[in-house]
Design a binder for this molecule. Structure first.
Ligand code: G3I
Ligand code: 9MR
Ligand code: ZN
Length: 547
């Protein structure tokens, strides 16, 4: 069947606009809601590529700037509807922010704010410190990580970081109102985004031990069956501390201080205290303390090959906030170690320039964002700018290699490939807005967002509730059992993954191109789960796009 793939949400009037055809059309029309042609053009043949496996034709209608709701036709093929206007992303932005509220742990979700997705308080019991004969600890609160009910310190810190760097770079996030319970600050209520992030910060605070170190995670011993969160009553365990978690908490709490100090001084001071206490522990414990699951436990491991990028981030974040030279020396020391670390010595490598990595494991790019914010104009600052422009140029050159204008390569289609994309869009956004603006960076961002919202050969929008053909069956426990037709809106799917690591994923036809290694099935945790840190980079990217 001839198909027209496109962003199913829409475009800002001045952005580039395209649809991608998987057949040899010649002319295309943009039709309004009454079926009237409002723009016509010729498609151009792009050819085949290894990412999509499609022989693609592109219908470019960037010159069409009218506001309204439209669809594209070519021959007998018809696209989904889409909109053009300055407010086309308002709903998406609210939905992706509100998503974190729906993932809250501890607190009940009330009908007032959660509508039909309300539920009772969950995971309220104290957690046993695994392998120790000490008192159980109250670590209630925060956000469920993903489709499972675990709460993991490094994953949480990185999700918070994407959002808070978004606030630092683009303060339009402070104006997004998404109907969550209000929280009082020094001068009135906190902006919603800060009220929501505070939920996770308050939880992460509880993950810090008396000596400053941070537990890597709190989960049941094995993943819960498919039940509502309040029905998951198994014992909770705090698994051992890691230098990874401790460094990430030192970093993100300093960042949080830099924002909350303008809204609630006493609270902000308590955040900086957590950060410095964690950093002190790191300095007193210079050897890495990595993380591996206890024998027999199968909850998320979030294992990393080294803690250097984490220590780099911690030093950079504390330097940005305090200006203290001690941290500056530490940044340079950790950077040199990081650049000389032999990534091939372990199986855990990274794609692209390590100083721009913004993931849950490689976090040096987050430290780089602090260095960019500080903007000292010194050699370090110049080196980071160069790393970002170099990476942005690499991404632009990738984007030219496929008909979708997608800045990814085949090797990026791993578990959570949509996060690989969103991290790339963060790099392009930072480079374009804060280092050197270029139309080709903007186009790569637009094409990346188009891909996420439906311009892909699966013909699916990877954000629930946004787009006519949005995915509907995330690997997400409440959705599996709540008897509600659709999941709540604003969830980002992990997306295509050539690894096909779950049983159901084996149904993907053998030899499928990377972009097609996807199924919208609830069983598919390796293709269609959701996580807080797959949503958070989209919050950053949208903030940049709307700034
Ligand atoms: O780093 C290597 C890279 O060097 C290599 O080229 C590439 C190709 O195989 O793989 C990269 O490793 C990937 C790794 O993530 C780091 O990105 C693995 O393939 C990939 O399988 C692994 O996936 C992780 C998955 O857990 C399995 O460990 C996901 O990123 C991570 O998001 C996911 O996290 C789970 C939690 O454990 C539990 N909660 C749900 C959550 C989402 O599914
Ligand atoms: O639901 C779990 C998901 O969050 C994880 O990403 C995934 C991999 O660790 O595991 C899922 O849980 C499965 C468990 O590992 C094995 N039994 C089936 C569970 C649900 O499909
Ligand atoms: Zn819970």
């Amino acid at each position: 069947m001839a198909r027209i793939f496109m962003n199913q949400v829409g475009f800002k009037p001045d952005s580039s606009k395209k649809a991608v055809l998987d057949f040899a059309g010649s002319d295309f029309s943009v039709k309004d809601e009454n079926g009237k042609d409002v723009y016509t053009g010729k498609v151009s043949h792009f050819g085949t590529d290894e990412v999509s496996g499609e022989d693609t034709y592109v219908a470019d209608f960037s010159n069409f700037k009218e506001n309204g709701t439209f669809s594209i036709t070519s021959g007998d093929a018809v696209s989904t509807h889409f909109s053009i206007g300055n407010n086309v992303y308002d709903k998406l932005m609210k939905d992706i922010c509100k998503c974190f509220y729906f993932l809250r742990c501890g607190d009940a979700l009330t009908k007032e704010f959660a509508g039909e997705y309300y539920h009772e308080p969950c995971h309220m019991g104290k957690a046993t410190v695994y392998g120790e004969d000490t008192e159980p600890v109250d670590v209630t609160g925060g956000w469920h990580d993903a489709g499972d009910y675990g709460r993991y310190s490094t994953a949480g810190a990185v999700a918070v970081a994407h959002i808070l760097y978004g606030v630092r770079f683009f303060n339009n996030l402070l104006d997004v109102d998404f109907n969550i319970p209000k929280v009082k600050g020094d001068k009135g209520n906190l902006p919603d985004i800060l009220a929501e992030v505070k939920v996770e910060l308050d939880f992460l605070k509880k993950m810090q031990r008396e000596n400053g170190s941070v537990w890597h995670k709190v989960t049941t011993f094995c993943h819960a069956p498919f039940v509502m969160p309040e029905e998951d009553k198994e014992e909770l365990f705090l698994f051992h501390v890691s230098s990874l978690a401790t460094a990430d908490i030192a970093a993100v709490f300093a960042l949080a201080y830099s924002i909350y100090k303008d809204y609630d001084k006493a609270y902000a001071d308590s955040l900086l205290e957590v950060s410095k206490k964690a950093y002190k522990w790191l300095k007193e414990n210079p050897d890495e303390l990595l993380f591996f699951n206890a024998e027999g436990s199968n909850t998320g491991q979030y294992d990393e090959a080294e803690d250097i990028s984490n220590r780099f981030w911690a030093a950079a974040s504390l330097y940005e906030v305090t200006g203290d030279k001690e941290y500056y020396e530490d940044i340079k020391y950790q950077k040199d170690r990081l650049l000389s670390f032999d990534k091939n010595a372990t199986k855990k490598g990274y794609q692209g320039n390590v100083l721009t990595c913004l993931g849950w494991a490689e976090v040096a790019g987050l430290g780089s964002l602090s260095i960019l914010l500080k903007n000292d104009g010194d050699d370090l600052n110049k080196e980071i700018k160069k790393a970002f422009t170099g990476e942005a140029d690499r991404l632009v050159s990738n984007a030219k290699k496929n008909g979708f204008g997608l800045c990814m390569e085949a090797k990026d289609f791993i578990w959570g490939s949509n996060m690989e994309l969103l991290k790339y869009l963060m790099i392009l956004t930072v480079t374009d807005k804060k280092i050197e603006g270029k139309p080709e960076y903007k186009d790569a961002i637009t094409s990346g967002l188009d891909y996420l919202l439906g311009c892909n050969s699966m013909d699916v929008s990877y954000v629930t509730g946004n787009g006519e053909k949005a995915f509907k069956n995330p690997h997400l426990r409440p959705t599996a059992v709540d008897d509600i037709e659709e999941p709540w809106p604003g969830l980002v799917s992990g997306g295509p993954n050539v690894g096909l690591q779950d049983e159901r994923a084996k149904e993907v036809p053998a030899g499928s191109a990377p972009m097609k290694c996807y199924l919208d099935h609830i069983d598919c945790y390796s293709l269609n789960e959701i996580t807080i840190y797959w949503n958070s980079p989209l919050v950053f990217v949208m903030a940049g796009l709307l700034s």
